[in-house]
Ligand binder design. Structure first.
Ligand code: AMP
Ligand code: ZN
Ligand code: FE
Ligand code: FE
Length: 281
């Protein structure tokens, strides 16, 4: 079982990198990618926690904004974490997430929903990337909502009047940064239309020109029709096809390896990195 998209509490998952690795190993996963939002801070603990039997793929899910403010998530896998240009861009996004959170909180306060930045920070693990799920957790702790799901449905979704975007690179720039750092770029859940506006089939041309390597097709947020459309795009450009859980611990219902990637597709992807960076013990 190959699962190429998971989160730990170094972003908005709830398991520590160590817990995630141990769970994945006992679930019999053969290849696991750690892809926290806009950070590589969990890589060391993940490596240290690995025992034999599983291949670890280090990565990150990079928040991007396409033309018209469309939110896109780009998985960067197997890149060199020492790459300064990529790290600078991730740092810029993380930094901007702080002032963005202040602005969302201000809007909620104006509407009479009492919540502070301290409430939100109390939900965040040390050094983790701040995101709306932490605000959701704070709203749960304050008794405003019952779950992350409820928080997003009622208040935090992308079309909400409380929504504020944060700085993020274009998907093309993110791909170029990942490739320049020697990694591979896989666009995450590109047609997850219930989250908000999504990119069109035509916009894949520019992504492929920038160096896109693969498309995450099998993801719980895609309908069968959306998967079929994405398969056509992947075939037409010769891109690798992946499936993954987007596991977030107890933060989402997604189960580890509920969607997986075929070995042949993974091998195709791995060959496109500029170095053999899979971690094995
Ligand atoms: P942000 O990166 O701060 O804009 O927050 C977006 C993140 O929130 C996504 O990457 C998901 O991990 C999470 N998310 C989005 N919708 C939901 C939901 N309905 N329930 C739980 N988590 C969600
Ligand atoms: Zn997330
Ligand atoms: Fe995502
Ligand atoms: Fe994700």
């Amino acid at each position: 079982m190959i699962d190429l998209h998971t989160h730990s509490n170094i972003s908005d998952g709830t398991d520590s990198p160590r817990e995630l690795i141990l769970k994945a190993q006992s679930a019999g996963i053969s290849v696991l990618a750690l892809t926290d939002h806009d950070t590589t801070s969990g890589w060391q603990e993940a490596c240290d926690s690995l025992t034999s039997g599983m291949d670890l793929v280090l990565g990150a899910e990079i928040s991007c904004q396409a033309e018209g403010g469309i939110s896109v998530h780009m998985l960067g896998l197997l890149f060199d974490s020492e790459n300064q240009a990529l790290q600078a861009e991730l740092a810029k996004t993380r930094e901007n997430r702080l002032s963005r959170m202040d602005r969302i909180i201000e809007k909620l306060n104006v509407a009479g929903i009492e919540i502070t930045i301290a409430d939100v920070m109390a939900q965040l693990s040390d050094g983790a990337t701040l995101g709306r799920p932490h605000l959701a957790d704070a709203l749960i702790a304050k008794g405003h909502v019952n779950s992350r799901e409820d928080a997003f449905t009622a208040l935090l979704h992308n079309q909400s009047k409380y929504y504020v975007a944060h700085y993020s690179p274009t998907p093309e720039d993110a791909i170029r940064l990942i490739k320049a750092a020697g990694g591979v770029a896989v666009i995450a859940h590109p047609y997850a239309s219930h989250r908000g506006r999504v990119i069109t089939a035509e916009s894949f041309r520019g992504l492929v020109d920038a160096g896109l390597d693969g498309i995450e097709v099998d993801h719980r947020d895609h309908s069968e029709t959306e998967k079929a459309s994405l398969l056509r795009v992947a075939y037409s450009y010769g891109l690798a096809i992946t499936g993954a859980s987007d596991y977030h611990g107890s933060g989402k219902i997604n189960k580890l390896a509920e969607n997986t990637t075929e070995l042949r597709q993974w091998e195709k992807l791995e060959l496109r990195a500029n170095n053999r960076r899979v971690v094995r013990k």
